[in-house]
Design a protein around this ligand. Structure first.
Ligand SMILES: O=C[C@H](O)[C@H](O)[C@H](O)COP(=O)(O)O
Length: 242
C-alpha cells in the first residue's frame, strides 16, 4: 500500500495500523466506512487476509474494497454476533459519544457496532472534541414525506440546548444523496449539543427518522492518530453498552 503523504493522512494511517493489534486470528470483525477505515481495510488485506477473519462491512463501498483486498466478506445476517468492530468517527467527546455518518453510512455502522462485543474507533486527532456539535449531525430519514420529517426536526430543535438550528438535505452533486438503504440524510448544523442522549432520544421518536449519527455507549476505546505518526488512546471508563 502506498504510504500516506499528508499530515492528516499520516495520522489516520497511524490509528488504523495500531488497530491491527486488536485483531486476532479467527475473529468476526466489523469493518467501518470512511477514509480512515480505508487504511484499515487495506492493511488487513495486506497483513491479515490469511488469518481466517470473517469481515462484515458497514457499507457497499467498504464491501467492495474488502473483497478487492482479498478479505472474507460476509453479510451480518450470516454471522450473527461480532467480536470487534473498528470504525472511524467524525467527532468524539471524552466519554466516547460519537458523531458518525459524514460518509452517509451511519445506519449500517450503528447496526454493526451494536452487534459487536467491542467497538474501537480509529481517528485522527482533529476528531477529538470537548463537546459535540461542530460537525453537522447526520440524521437518516425515509424519503416518503421527508419535508414533513424535516419540519418536525426544525420544531424539535427550537427547544433543544444547541447553538445552531439549521437543517438541510444532503446532496451529491445536483442530486439528493441516497444511502445504501435508500434513505435521505438531513444534516443538522447545531454548533454545540448540550444534551446528546436527550436529543438522540427525541429525534428517534419522530416519524420518518430512521437513525441518528449520535453513537451513545457503543464505542469502548478510541485510537487517536497523530500527525507525527504516534497514537494516543481513549478508553470509555464506565457505563454499560447500550
Ligand atoms: O458514514 C461515514 C462514517 O461514519 C465515517 O466513519 C466517518 O464519516 C469518518 O470518516 P473519515 O474516517 O473519512 O473521517
Amino acid at each position: 500500500m502506498q504510504e500516506p503523504t499528508t499530515p492528516a493522512e499520516r495520522a489516520k494511517f497511524a490509528a488504523a495500523r495500531r488497530a491491527l493489534d486488536y485483531v486476532e486470528p479467527g475473529m468476526r470483525l466489523g469493518l467501518g466506512t470512511g477514509s480512515t477505515a480505508v487504511f484499515l481495510v487495506r492493511l488487513l488485506g495486506e497483513r491479515m487476509a490469511d488469518r481466517d477473519l470473517l469481515c462484515v462491512p458497514t457499507s457497499s463501498r467498504t464491501a467492495a474494497l474488502a473483497t478487492e483486498c482479498g478479505l472474507n466478506v460476509r453479510a451480518l445476517e450470516d454471522v450473527d454476533a461480532l467480536d470487534l468492530t473498528i470504525d472511524g468517527a467524525d467527532e468524539f467527546d471524552p466519554g466516547l459519544t460519537l458523531i458518525k455518518g459524514g460518509g452517509g453510512s451511519l445506519l449500517q455502522e450503528k447496526i454493526v457496532a451494536a452487534a459487536s462485543a467491542r467497538m474501537v474507533v480509529i481517528a485522527d486527532e482533529s476528531k477529538a472534541v470537548s463537546r459535540l456539535g461542530a460537525f453537522p449531525l447526520p440524521v437518516e430519514v425515509v424519503r416518503f414525506g421527508w419535508r414533513s420529517t424535516m419540519r418536525h426536526i426544525e420544531r424539535l430543535l427550537a427547544t433543544e440546548d444547541v447553538d445552531g438550528r439549521g437543517v438541510r438535505r444532503r446532496t451529491a452533486g445536483d442530486e439528493p444523496f441516497v444511502t445504501d438503504e435508500g434513505h435521505f440524510i438531513l444534516d443538522l448544523d447545531l454548533g454545540r449539543i448540550g444534551d446528546a442522549p436527550g436529543l438522540a432520544r427525541r429525534l428517534d421518536s419522530l416519524p420518518g427518522v430512521v437513525e441518528t449519527g449520535l453513537f451513545l455507549g457503543l464505542a469502548d476505546a478510541a485510537i487517536v492518530g497523530r500527525e507525527d505518526g504516534g497514537v494516543d488512546f481513549v478508553e470509555r471508563v464506565s457505563g454499560d453498552r447500550t
